[in-house]
Design a protein around this ligand. Structure first.
Ligand code: ZN
Length: 198
């Protein structure tokens, strides 16, 4: 191999090395320019609540016979009973499912429909309440169920002319609602030092 050939070979390798260097450098900068978290941005979606399933025996052990009859057998409590009288007296708070403690309604949507059953114009947590049509009385009614434990709660009627934001009446069996009174916010005046002069 003469000197000229050696030089040509050397410069060829130098050229290859240079091009490889430039290639990898540009590849690196490309990767660096990509956002670290390139996962597609997720829209906030209403999560479907996790379902609870239990056997009839398990439900029977957990619930009172009346709660079992309503929640698991689509029963209806007697109107204007003790439960309804209690309901009318209750103040601010939330109403949970007696079967699974899921929040369903709140005192904010409660209204007096004078029908003898607890009434709400909307659920407080829409995703926790589901509806379907039943024909138990021979005509279609919209049944209201707990979306978590699938327990029967009552029915919903629309367009009855009530002066509420939805004109819906969620007619719910109070027996299957667990009332949780709202915590009273501490009065800021109570913590002020009393500067009384005797
Ligand atoms: Zn439930």
């Amino acid at each position: 191999m003469n000197r000229r050939n050696v030089l040509t070979t050397l410069s060829f390798f130098a050229l290859v090395a240079m091009s490889l260097f430039v290639y990898f450098k540009s590849l690196n900068s490309l990767q660096a320019n990509q956002p670290k978290n390139s996962k597609p941005h997720k829209q906030p979606v209403q999560q479907t609540p996790k379902k609870i399933t239990k056997s009839s025996e398990e439900w029977r052990k957990q619930l009172t016979p009346e709660q079992y009859r309503i929640l698991r057998q689509a029963g209806t409590e007697r109107p204007n009973g003790e439960v309804y009288r209690e309901f009318k007296k209750q103040g601010a708070g939330t109403y949970l499912c007696a079967g699974c403690d899921t929040e369903l309604f709140s005192s904010k949507e409660k209204f007096d429909s004078r029908c003898g059953w607890p009434s709400f114009y909307d659920p407080s947590k829409a995703k926790n309440v589901k509806t379907s049509v039943d024909y138990l009385l021979g005509y279609p009614r919209v049944e209201v169920k707990c979306a978590v434990c699938d327990g029967h709660l009552g029915h919903v009627f629309k367009g009855e002319g009530f002066d509420t934001p939805t004109d819906k009446r969620y007619c719910i069996n109070g027996t299957v609602l667990k009332f949780v009174p709202a915590k009273k916010s501490p009065n800021p005046m109570d913590s002020l030092p009393t500067d009384r002069q005797e």
